[in-house]
Design a protein around this ligand. Sequence first.
Ligand code: PEP
Ligand code: MG
Length: 551
Amino acid sequence: MADPGRPADPDGRLADGDPAGGRLVGGGLAGLGVSQGRAAGPMIRMASPPALPSPRQVANSAAETAAVVKALESVTADLRQRGSLAGGGDAAEILDALAMIADDPMLREDAEAAVRDGLDAPHALDAAFTHHRETLAALGGYLAERAADLDDLKHRAVAACLGLPMPGIPAPGHPYILVAEDLSPADTAGLGTDVVALVTEKGGPTSHTAILARGRGLPAVVACAGITALADGTVISVDGKTGQVGVGLTDEAVAQVRRSDREERERLANSSGPGRTADGHPVKLLLNIGSAADLRPGAEGVGLFRTEFLFLDRKREPSFEEQVAAYAEVFARAGTVVVRTLDAGTDKPLPFLDLPPEPNPALGIRGLRVDRVLPAVLDTQLDAIAEAARATGADAWVMAPMVTTPAEAAGFARRARDRGLTRVGAMVEVPAAALLADRLLAEVDFLSIGTNDLSQYTFAADRQHPGLADLLDPWQPALLKLIAACADAGRAAGKPVGVCGEAAGDPRLAPVLVGLGVTSLSMAAVCVPSVREELSQHTLEECRELAALAR
Ligand code: PEP
Ligand code: MG
């Protein structure tokens, strides 16, 4: 069954209108709304690292040297200014430290020497930064970890020299809407509080940009064709529910968008209590989190703790002690927590695993399969989860991502139970696992359906691909049939089967999933009130009727 309320065609442009409740002056764009909420304000684009032009013949080395010095001075001044605007704390310290590196006389001398050797200014800067990076990398330890900072500074210096916008997340010192071609999980995780909404030209509804935006309650629109062609400073509105982006708003319209967002958040904040259908059938409403910072009151526990989000930018494996501390922080604050072991690979690379490149990464070593090549990583993580559970007395459940066969489920369950973890589960993200859900449930205590990957693998459609959003639509009957098969197996085994993919946070789909037989829905905190409200309006029988129509 097609859902009539789906957002507009990702390639379509909106006619002039009133997308977010304000008067629109210049028209609008449409993308896919992936994280509800509204925002309005000036947009700033995140520039990509600059490409080096072909080398030039140097006719006037004094002019090239002056260009080198000017670029380094401008990067230093920019970082100092951002450091002073950061208002103290870690961010200010990091920016000041980067400014000191950009201002290092040895770096400048290296770049000047490269000019004397015949390089033009951008290539001389590139050579000097590359040389310093290699020196740091060779020193190993903490200094080697700083080598990536030199790449960032190099891109900034080359951009300054070429008169291009500074790459990286902007820090203008005022609230803004971040616009980008696409964002890596690490970019999104590092966003400052001055970002009030996100709009990307690429990305899909189940991309990790979307997931992280929802985790932070940031309105977000992805697959918004044409957004990066707008100029920095353009005042836009973002509606993360409908996917509409208004362009060229008046002050009055901006104020109205903000007011309506505040009112909607206040209204939903008043919703509370456990998940129930209209006739009282319980459906646990749980949270998807990436760290303790995503915890919010109002849910019945955590249904998906994406532990890999804690370590996306790490170059070295987090130690046992560090992991215990990170897990215990969550366990101490949330009653029941379903911890997912590291789900690395493809769209969520974990640099410290140092996995070799693969021709088809989504079909390669990812999720639980990393255990085939690096078994010690899972051992340490299970030890740390068990220790954090012991230390906090939390009701810790543990599950593995990308389980494909009953034998994999059995192996994972054995290793978790050996450590005293008693509630062990498997994610269902691969059609093979859904088809053998009964046999998986003979090995584990619960299943959690990851609809994002289950869609990707059922429809052979890259979850990041904006052009394939129709195939990734969780209303697709083939996906619903696989969910029903898992729920049937759960009912027969008397074991819980939940959904933790992004589909669980769609209020219109929630009654259908409940009608199919799932026992819990796990979602970003921002989705809980609307899902609770929707469920409370349908009896279980109505949910079953809706499910029968949809599948
Ligand atoms: C999923 O695939 O639906 C899921 C919940 O896992 P992730 O989105 O983190 O891959
Ligand atoms: Mg997944």
